[in-house]
Design a protein around this ligand. Sequence first.
Ligand code: CP
Length: 316
Amino acid sequence: MKKFLSVHDSPDIQGLVEKALLYKQNPLLDKNLGSGKRIGLLFLNPSMRTRLSTQIAAQNLGMEAIVFNVGQEGWSMEFEDEAIMSGNTVEHVKEAAPVLGNYFDVLGIRTFPSLKHKEEDYAELYINQFVKYSGVPVISLESATLHPLQSLTDLITINENFSEKRKPKILMTWAPHVKALPQCVANSFAQWVNAWGRAHFVIAHPEDYDLDTKFTKGATITTHQDEALKDADFVYVKNWSTYSDYGRIYCNDPKWMLTNKKLEATNHAKVMHCLPVRRNGELSDEVLDSASSLVTPQAANRVWAAQAVLSQILKD
Ligand code: CP
């Protein structure tokens, strides 16, 4: 593994899941693997879980992790090739990335989309420029369109919460939100579940909330949440803004919020969310505070996902 930007960088998804579960049993299994190595965690946007879980994962492998809040503390960075830098940007990625590549053995980068220019966001310019110019392996800590460490975590959580021989039914359902959010968690979850191929996968969302088909192809897609909930084993709740008419809020209908009553139609489904979540907007108190909710163990599994990916990169 030379980089980790999407499911395409992980040819053996189940192997990676099993490796993560092995680290969960024995966090210090490879405690010297990263000895003498350093990872730089660059945040152009806020984070709690990704930042801390990746630091802990690196420490478990004997690696030093240094966080740099580029968005708040660094020079404003330019990513466009051939830019005439007469505006607000101060440092070009063509200098910054190789400098950081000299300081660190691995780089992790978080960068959110603008939600204004679809083509630019979906070209993933920021993270791809770091891949191009840093000269070291790059791990996505969430990019404009994908969140692979979250999706690996989600599959780890599903694996450890489902022991039947049959394939689980996984429903990813859109939920209301007061702000326009990126599509990245939903894109990424769809991409990973489809590539994993070990589930009946359904996506429910309101009219005009279709995601990019390059991620959803293989899933059953519906605008009827009530039907989609029937016999679901896992319900993954997530808001996203519109993809076609990019970055908008067409719907904020509270009827899309998951409740205990709605969960009665499922197969005692476990409820997942990547967090942070807006209580009683995106997901109800009664669900989040119930035994159905997996959100805390799901977030805890972020450590093992990051550790499995980091160890693979160190070994390769
Ligand atoms: N789920 C997730 O990525 O959380 P943070 O934004 O807190 O890192």
